[in-house]
Design a protein around this ligand. Structure first.
Ligand code: SAH
Ligand code: SF4
Ligand code: F3S
Length: 442
């Protein structure tokens, strides 16, 4: 038997890329590849890239440059670029970096085995199609390897919303939902392999409308179907758009015990003028009313969000409206970014805010967010939470997991198994995690 070939995958960007990387590794598993943790001993290197901000895209070229030495040492080494930069700039990557053998977009990676074979025959392979066939169905070679207790599962892809700043509708294509039966089969398979928590993924996951037994299903209906899967203890979903928070999904947060009390609901800005220019089609006020309804269904829900500062035409007053919104909502987590011009998006053509002004606003917003996050985390001390243990901690005898609110929690109890779900009393709050003591296994 020949020794397995080694595959090194580096993943950038969102959780959907993490899921895709797992699937790409499985697809190449059928070609005799096993994953390796270092590029030095790899026969194939794949960068699964992100195009969302300028800096993310630039990283790809600098990373590729670093592989020059490896390719000189091992001429059989194949180098591939996958993901959203591959989709947006595939031809240019091939032109700019002759080291690259293969470019594959996020909708065509089920063709990787055949593309890999072409590179082995000395050809270059480029595929950035948006094919008709279901790539997940086409990926048959899913090995039954054991898994950790948490997993991602993509249920919806692409986006039709065309926010004026965003590349996703161009890199991932139009919105598509996977049929419910395939998702349920995949979920059961994950549970059989040790998974106890599944995070349903989609660029617009709450717009899910996949085919079910009696017509299209909503995300809430899919969650209720997953609720019946024995052995699956926790369900999460991300990312949601405020306009797609339907009544049944809000109600599920109150009624479905397996659905965790955490919701990532990006609003981007607190200024109605900026929201309009972003093509977001919600207002700050409609967002507040929505949050009231969600909190009425599940009072302890922890909210997180995304914000862009320095979008074209953002004045100090517009920025202040964002600060006010954050004050009013109270986020457990929030991610904030300086607006980054993306080629081909409408906002890239508009008059830009000065870089210094963007940096200063980002600094103020991040200060507020950090204080808020910390206050919410500190407020957990003395409370009892449920923790799903995922791995050993940094120190001997320490185990780390996530609470239902997605806070990292560590306990000093080496007897806890990975995959155990325990009641834990929170005893301390550090900069990035909580400390706790086991009350009971649940
Ligand atoms: N599908 C998700 C998020 C997509 S990208 C959603 O609709 O919420 C993740 C985050 O990146 C966005 O929420 C936004 O805050 C940020 N982002 C997207 N494009 C950006 C750009 N051009 N500049 C800065 N931040 C951006
Ligand atoms: Fe991008 Fe807007 Fe679609 Fe989210 S909703 S992926 S921010 S276009
Ligand atoms: Fe990035 Fe593509 Fe995800 S641009 S954020 S990897 S959808």
């Amino acid at each position: 038997m020949t020794a397995p070939k080694k595959l090194f995958i580096k993943t950038y960007g969102c959780q959907m890329n993490v899921y895709d990387s797992e699937r790409m590794a499985e697809a190449l598993g059928g070609q005799g590849y096993v994953e390796t943790a270092t590029p030095e001993d790899a026969d194939m290197i794949l960068l699964n890239t992100c195009h969302i901000r300028e800096k993310a895209a630039e990283k790809v070229y600098s990373e590729l440059g670093r592989f020059k030495g490896l390719k000189a040492e091992n001429p059989d080494l194949k180098i591939g670029v996958a993901g959203c930069v591959a989709q947006a700039e595939g031809q240019e990557i091939m032109r700019r970096q002759p080291l690259v053998d293969l470019v594959v977009g996020p909708q065509s990676y089920h063709r990787l085995p055949e593309m890999e074979a072409r590179t082995r025959a000395g050809e270059k392979a480029l595929d950035t199609d948006f094919p008709e066939e279901d790539k997940f169905e086409a990926l048959k070679s899913r090995p039954k390897a054991a898994r950790g207790p948490t997993a991602f599962l993509t249920v919806q892809e692409g986006c039709d919303k065309f926010c004026a700043f965003c590349v996703v509708p161009y890199t991932r294509g139009a919105e598509v939902s996977r049929p419910a039966d395939r998702i349920l089969t995949e979920a059961r398979d994950l549970v059989d392999r040790g998974v106890r928590e599944i995070t349903l993924l989609g660029q617009n996951v709450n717009a899910y409308h996949g085919a079910g037994p009696d017509g299209d299903m909503t995300l809430a209906q899919l969650i209720w179907a997953l609720d019946k899967v024995d052995g699956l203890e926790r369900i999460r979903f991300t990312t949601s758009h405020p306009n797609d928070m339907s009544e049944d999904l809000i109600a599920a947060h109150g009624d479905c015990a397996k659905l965790m009390p955490y919701l990532h609901l990006p609003v981007q800005s607190g200024s109605d003028k900026i929201l309009k220019r972003m093509n977001r089609s919600h207002t700050a006020d409609s967002y507040f009313r929505l949050i009231e309804r969600i909190r009425a269904a599940r009072p302890d829900i922890l909210l997180s969000g995304d914000f862009i500062v320095g979008f074209p035409e953002e004045t100090e007053a517009d920025f202040q409206a964002t600060m006010d919104l954050v004050e009013e909502v109270g986020y457990g987590y929030a991610y904030s970014f300086k607006y980054s011009t993306r080629p081909g998006t409408p906002a890239a053509e508009r008059a830009q805010v000065d870089e210094d002004v963007k940096s200063e606003r980002l600094h103020r917003l991040q200060g507020l967010i950090t204080r808020q996050q910390r206050a919410i985390q500190d407020g957990m001390v003395g409370r009892e939470v449920s923790v799903l243990f995922e791995k050993q901690g940094r120190f001997d005898g320490q185990m780390v997991g996530k609470s239902e609110y997605l806070h990292a929690v560590h306990v000093n109890d080496a007897k806890v198994d990975i995959g155990a779900l325990c009641r834990v009393r929170i005893t301390g709050s550090g900069s990035n995690s909580l400390a706790g003591e086991i009350v009971a296994a649940s």
